[in-house]
Ligand binder design. Structure first.
Ligand SMILES: Cc1cc2nc3c(=O)[nH]c(=O)nc-3n(C[C@H](O)[C@H](O)[C@H](O)COP(=O)(O)OP(=O)(O)OC[C@H]3O[C@@H](n4cnc5c(N)ncnc54)[C@H](O)[C@@H]3O)c2cc1C
Length: 503
């Protein structure tokens, strides 16, 4: 048992338990340890990373390395900040390069488009391939940048659940800016308004709703600032793959004395007198006056705090989409593909209706293929590629995933055949799948949702669970299911907010 001795320990030195070693848990642990707290991370799995774990898939020609979950890395400075906080050189821990091109797009009508990192070049490509004037694209991207600059400081970097946030002049400016930036209505309506003459370009920008598991036909226009992350600030590739982000944070935490207890799931957060007092695992009860849960907020309440009242309205918010992922070792190299490749469906509206209304998978789906061996040849045997093939699907609500997976696999293969002119199926040398129930089982994410709750209404940002408990002193939350939301950058920001709240 750890000794709490709360009264004699200065606040900045109080021990903290972190439940979960996902990217937000790792970042929170490192930040708190740097601040001087003794930190213990309890992780249910055998290692760290959560959705950001990696694995090797054996194949006849040799192993393929895969990043299991995230593949796109934006705002790398948020990782660097943690190393700088520790007075370390970020490049000693994590190296990354800006991607150019960012994505190869394949539209249903056969049009191919390259998303160059340089905005004027990307706009020129759009003018050439889609016939939409470059100036119109540049104007849209510039506006997306202004919207990001006006709002990110308030909506992403601070707790939205502390009165102080609303009293700052920055916040008042951000609120006032929304209507002038044309950010009313839905994201799709905003894109229709900007590019109504070309449905393909509307589809391209609508896709950014999937970056937080939302539906462009419902999500607010404020989400149309997401393209700025890629086209204004850059999409990056970390050396060693996305998993290198988790490893770098784990290493920093270790250097600052963080204790990691793997294969030790927390079974209960113990509280008394309105304050957390301990965490219970199968091994022991450990006294802690400060607990940070990086576990999805729904199972945190349902499983770890079953006798405490839960914020039902918050927990009942609609979940984000999930994913069906096929990890394929491919015995061929495709010169026309890059690290990020999108094969659009012919009916985006039907695809999102299937996900968010019918809770199923459409007959025609958009396919995302990520190939890290384009950057890291060692991720696949010579002459091979490691394909992470992902389709957006609803979160698990008891659907027949065996049938849906088999059907979707055929749809994916047909779409790839149509776009590439090659039958990919005989090239699959090795295969593994991850389904929404699998994601839920492996990471405890409610329904296997990738990004916690969806952003399908204008108030979603305010309805996400805060980074602290309003009922139990000493209980904090970080990760994709709480404020400011899912995805690597927002998870890192949740860790920053928690460390600041505790500090
Ligand atoms: C297929 C897929 C694709 C994605 N693509 C992208 C992308 O391209 N870009 C991007 O930015 N984001 C992407 N995301 C989202 C991103 O991966 C997540 O938002 C982020 O990794 C979530 O991190 P987290 O800190 O919330 O914790 P998680 O990764 O959810 O980890 C939580 C950890 O807590 C542990 N845990 C749970 N319960 C307990 C318990 N009781 N005791 C101890 N430990 C416990 C789990 O084992 C797990 O390790 C993707 C996700 C997936 C799955």
């Amino acid at each position: 048992m750890f000794s709490k001795k709360k009264s004699s320990i200065p606040a900045s030195r109080q021990p903290v338990a972190v439940v979960g070693a996902g990217v937000a848990g790792l970042a929170a642990a490192a930040r708190l340890a740097i601040a001087g707290h003794p930190v213990t991370v309890f992780e249910a799995s055998a290692s760290f990373g959560g959705k950001m774990h990696q694995f090797d898939l054996a194949g006849p020609a040799g192993p393929y390395r895969f990043d299991a979950g995230p593949s796109l890395f934006t705002l790398p400075g948020l990782v660097d900040d943690i190393f700088r906080l520790a007075h370390r050189d970020p490049r000693d821990y994590l190296r990354y390069e800006r991607l150019d091109p960012i994505t190869q797009y394949f539209f249903a009508d056969g049009t191919r488009l390259t998303a160059w990192a340089d905005s004027p070049r990307f706009a020129q490509e759009i003018e050439q391939k889609l016939g939409v004037p470059a100036a119109q694209v540049e104007q849209f991207l510039a506006r997306s940048g202004r919207a990001y600059n006006a709002t990110a400081g308030t909506f992403l970097h601070k707790s939205l659940h502390r009165a102080g946030t609303y009293l700052s002049t920055d916040t008042l400016k951000a609120m006032a800016a929304l209507p002038t930036l044309g950010l009313t209505g839905t994201m799709h309506a905003r894109h229709e308004q900007a590019f109504g003459q070309d449905a393909r370009l509307v589809q391209l920008f609508d896709r950014y709703a999937t970056y937080n598991g939302s539906d462009p036909y419902q999500a607010p226009a404020t989400l149309s600032l997401i393209p700025h992350l890629e086209h204004g600030l850059g999409a990056y590739y970390p050396e060693g793959g996305i998993y290198a982000i988790a490893s770098s944070l784990h290493r920093l935490g270790t250097e600052f004395g963080v204790q990691y207890r793997f294969n030790e799931p927390v079974r209960e957060i113990v509280a008394a007198g309105g304050h957390v007092t301990a965490v219970r695992t199968d091994q022991d009860i450990y006294d802690f006056g400060l607990v940070v849960s990086n576990m999805d907020v729904v199972p945190t309440y349902r499983r770890l705090l079953p006798t405490h009242p839960a914020p039902e309205r918050t927990l009942g918010q609609p979940r984000s989409s999930s994913a069906l992922i096929f990890y394929w070792g491919i015995a061929h190299k495709f010169a026309e593909l890059d690290v990020h490749n999108i094969f659009f469906s012919s009916d985006y509206r039907a695809e999102f209706r299937a996900i968010f209304e019918d809770k199923t998978v459409a007959d025609d789906v958009t396919v995302y293929v990520n190939i890290t061996s384009k950057k890291e040849p060692a991720d696949a045997p010579p002459g091979h590629e490691n394909w992470f093939v992902m389709v957006n699907v609803p979160h698990d609500q008891g659907q027949d995933w065996n049938t849906l997976t088999q059907r979707t696999r055929q749809v994916v293969l047909a779409r790839l055949h149509q776009a590439l002119g090659v039958d990919v199926e005989p090239l699959i040398a090795s295969e593994k799948t991850w389904t929404p129930p699998g994601i839920a089982a492996d990471t405890s994410s409610f329904g296997g949702a990738l990004y916690g709750s969806s952003s399908n209404n204008a108030l979603a940002a305010f309805l996400r669970h805060p980074n602290f408990s309003g009922r139990l002193d000493g209980l904090y939350f970080c990760g994709g299911s709480v404020h400011p939301g899912g995805g690597i950058p927002l998870c890192l920001l949740s860790a920053k907010i928690v460390a600041e709240l505790i500090g």
